[in-house]
Write a new protein. Structure first.
Length: 464
């Protein structure tokens, strides 16, 4: 099984205490805040010891449970071995009875002298060996055959004795009858012949009995040899089981010794834990008292510091009040000056507003005059344009209708009439230009675009 780790002695407490002290004393001068947080995170040294002891106790409890289960199994196996031992003794007794009935008590005495120690423990191998049904059936068959043989021999002997008695009675009866009928001489001769026959029959019967006894003895010897071999095998198995039982017993004793030693160690460690708990309680009380003292001292120092700070703050506040009063007086004088300047600026602003209103009136008048001038200019321009158009119209009319072949209109000439006349003139000009080109006369190019633009302008003017 798995052995428990050996518990440390009281030296571990000193070692752990030194280790915890060395860890707590390590200085951190650069950052006191980090040092305080580090000290808060550290646990006391005895807590790790308590955790270790709890772990040891749990492992010991598991080991005790395992050993209790093993003890129950050993008890069951002891009972099985005892039952097998009793069965073996019963088989020995049966064999002894059989051999005594056959007159072979010497071997039984020799085999009975070999005393076998009664087993005190058992193993699980016995179940697999002695629960084999085939061996048990074979063993029972051998027992039944042995009992049947012994019974058969007894019955055969009784039957032979009964047959001999009956034959003797019959022969006696026959001899008496012959003697009475044949005479004394014949009776003597016949009696000798009958005796010879009886002797021969007795010899034959004895030979048969000897053969039967030899066959029964051979069967008994084979049966005894088989029984002896099986008994020797069982004795070897039992010796092996006894050796294994002794080994398990030694292991069990070692385990019980280890348990007792561990229990003693547990008791010792519990006593140490109790002492440590007492020391822990006393240390906690001292720590509480020291914390209370430190709290009182810190309260006193804090009160003194607060008083000093209060006095300093009052002096600072008075100085600030004086400075603030001076600043208030200066600000009041500045405010008076600023109010005077504001009044002056208000008067100037009112004057400027009056000027601005006047300027706005002037601007409005100028705008109205400008608009009137613009409207008048537009009217004048329109009149001039109309006069120009009339002149141009008159000129066009004169140019178009003063040519030969044009009818004179008694009524007023319309714009359409003017356009038709112009188109006719342009077409005639184009025809004349083309005729000149056909004749080979060099003529400057006709500017049709100008003619078309003039026609368009005339159309627009007439439409207006």
């Amino acid at each position: 099984g798995r052995l428990l780790p050996f518990s440390k002695s009281a030296c571990e407490f000193n070692h752990l205490r030194k280790r915890s002290e060395s860890q707590t004393i390590s200085p951190v001068a650069s950052s006191p805040v980090l040092a305080q947080s580090h000290l808060r995170k550290q646990l006391p040294w005895y807590i790790s010891v308590i955790h270790e002891k709890d772990h040891c106790l749990l492992t010991l409890g598991e080991e005790v449970q395992r050993l209790s289960v093993m003890e129950a199994l050993l008890q069951k196996r002891d009972e099985e071995v005892l039952a097998l031992w009793e069965e073996r003794e019963a088989l020995k007794k049966q064999l002894k009875c059989v051999l005594q009935s056959k007159g072979q008590e010497t071997w039984v005495c020799q085999s009975g002298k070999e005393t076998v120690a009664r087993p005190s423990g058992g193993l699980s191998i016995l179940k697999s060996i002695f629960r084999d049904e085939e061996e048990l059936q074979h063993w029972r068959q051998l027992q039944e055959e042995c009992a049947a043989l012994s019974r058969g021999e007894d019955t055969e002997e009784q039957e032979a004795a009964d047959a001999e008695a009956e034959k003797a009675e019959e022969e006696a009866a026959q001899g008496e009858g012959k003697r009475a009928a044949g005479g004394k001489g014949a009776a003597a001769k016949e009696g000798g012949g009958e005796q010879e026959q009886l002797e021969e029959e007795e010899e034959n019967e004895e030979e048969d009995r000897d053969q039967r006894r030899r066959s029964s003895r051979s069967l008994e010897e084979t049966f005894e040899q088989e029984l002896i071999a099986q008994l020797e095998e069982y004795e070897q198995v039992i010796q092996e089981f006894q050796a294994e039982l002794e080994v398990t017993r030694t292991r069990y004793l070692l385990a019980t010794g280890a348990i007792t030693s561990l229990q003693r160690q547990l008791d010792f460690q519990e006593s140490q834990l109790q002492t440590l708990n007492m020391e822990n309680d006393t240390l906690q009380k001292e720590l509480r008292e020291r914390k209370d003292q430190l709290q009182a001292m810190s309260n006193k120092f804090s009160n003194i510091r607060e008083d000093k700070k209060h006095e300093e703050m009052m002096g600072i506040i008075e100085k600030d009040n004086v400075l603030l009063r001076q600043q208030v007086w200066e600000l009041q004088s500045k405010l008076a000056k600023q109010e005077h300047t504001i009044a002056e600026f208000d008067a100037k602003v009112s004057q400027l507003q009056a000027q601005v209103s006047q300027n706005q009136n002037h601007l409005q008048r100028r705008k109205w005059l400008q608009e009137e001038m613009l409207s008048k200019n537009e009217m004048i321009q329109q009149a001039e344009q109309q006069a120009r158009l009339e002149r141009l119209r008159n000129k066009i009319i004169q140019a178009t209708f003063s040519t030969s072949g044009v009818k004179s209109f008694a009524t007023e000439i319309s714009d359409n009439d003017i356009l038709e006349a112009l188109q006719r003139i342009v077409s005639e000009r184009a025809d004349y230009y083309s005729q000149l080109k056909q004749k080979g006369i060099r003529v400057p190019p006709l500017q049709q675009s100008e003619a078309l633009s003039s026609l368009n302008k005339s159309k627009k003017i007439t439409s207006k």
